[in-house]
Design a protein around this ligand. Structure first.
Ligand code: SAM
Length: 291
């Protein structure tokens, strides 16, 4: 196979297929030869691993995954890239390309059908316009996957991997930490892509795990988290009260019974704090209904 990190090779393939990059689909293809092998090594732990790739582009990462994994299923939205992938990766019989929008797919069904008896990993150079929705779908769908190794914008990587209590933490940091242990693997410069984006990137790995603290009502906890971070400069009392249209006096009692200082800012709260606020709110709601 021709080297898919060689700029003139890539230009040749793309011009043969009359392909032009779509900014709207986040098409920045990797041309730094050291990045994809490292990502694939992080995703594929043994030769019984099945890999779900999102957005294979012309197949530069897919190629590395196919040489390591038992099977690769690559979901690509852009129909124009399907014949390109046929040319670049036609030699692999452990690859299936699916022309679809990953957001529209039932990934639990796809994994059950495509990777029976395999350990499963997700690996992707994500389209940046849709990073958070894709990650939230992968996490909230509770897929039977061991890890998610993805390239994202550097700022997103810092947010996603922020420690609890760090300035960069946000609602998505909490969501990620609820479902997974995040780690930042390495940085990637903007010049590693064609065309080069305006910002640098980083590769992160999320190792999925059972939540450490489970509230009775997860949805309620995530509503509280969203409200608390939506006005992050305010105290949690003010931010949650205004974000959820709650009476401040009642909320103050809830925070007290959860053991959370009402003057704290959202970023200082741990997941355990948010779970306890949700449970205290739940208890009051139920008490109210009973009485
Ligand atoms: N993996 C290739 C690489 O590293 O060079 C391409 C990565 S490029 C950043 C993102 C890819 O995701 C593009 O091929 C784009 O067409 C595809 N894509 C964008 N939105 C998508 C979606 N909703 N579902 C599936 N693929 C999508």
């Amino acid at each position: 196979m021709e080297r898919l990190t060689n700029i003139s090779t890539v230009r040749g393939i793309l011009s043969r297929h009359g392909f032009t990059f779509s900014k709207a689909l986040g098409q920045n293809f990797l041309i730094n030869p050291s990045v994809c092998p490292r990502m694939a090594d992080s995703a594929v732990t043994d030769d019984n691993t099945g890999v779900l790739e999102i957005g294979p582009g012309i197949g530069v990462l897919t190629n590395e995954l196919c040489t390591r994994a038992k099977k690769v299923v690559a979901v690509e939205l852009d129909r124009r890239l399907i014949p390109v992938l046929g040319e670049t990766l036609g030699e692999y019989d452990n690859l299936k390309v699916v022309n679809a929008d990953v957001m529209e797919l039932d990934l639990n069904k796809l994994i059950a059908e495509e990777f029976p008896d395999m350990r499963v990993a997700v690996c992707a150079n994500l389209p940046y316009y849709i990073t958070s929705p894709i990650l939230m779908k992968l996490l909230e769908d509770r897929l039977p996957v061991e890890s998610i190794t993805v390239m994202v914008q550097k700022e997103a990587a810092l947010r996603l991997c922020a420690e609890e209590g760090a300035r960069e933490s946000s609602a998505i940091t909490c969501a990620v930490r609820y479902y997974a242990a995040p780690e930042l693997l390495f940085h990637v410069s903007a010049g590693s892509f064609m065309p080069a984006p305006k910002v640098d990137s980083a590769v992160i790995r999320l190792t999925l795990r059972e939540p450490e603290y489970k509230p009775l009502d997860e949805k309620l906890m995530f509503r509280i988290i969203k409200a608390a971070f939506s006005q992050r400069r305010k105290t949690v009392l003010n931010a949650i009260a205004s974000g959820m249209s709650l009476d401040k006096r009642e909320l103050s009692g809830i925070l007290e019974s959860a053991g959370v200082a009402e003057t704290a800012r959202a970023e200082k709260l741990t997941l355990r704090d948010f779970a306890q606020i949700a449970d205290a709110m739940d208890a009051i709601k139920k008490g109210g209904n009973d009485g």
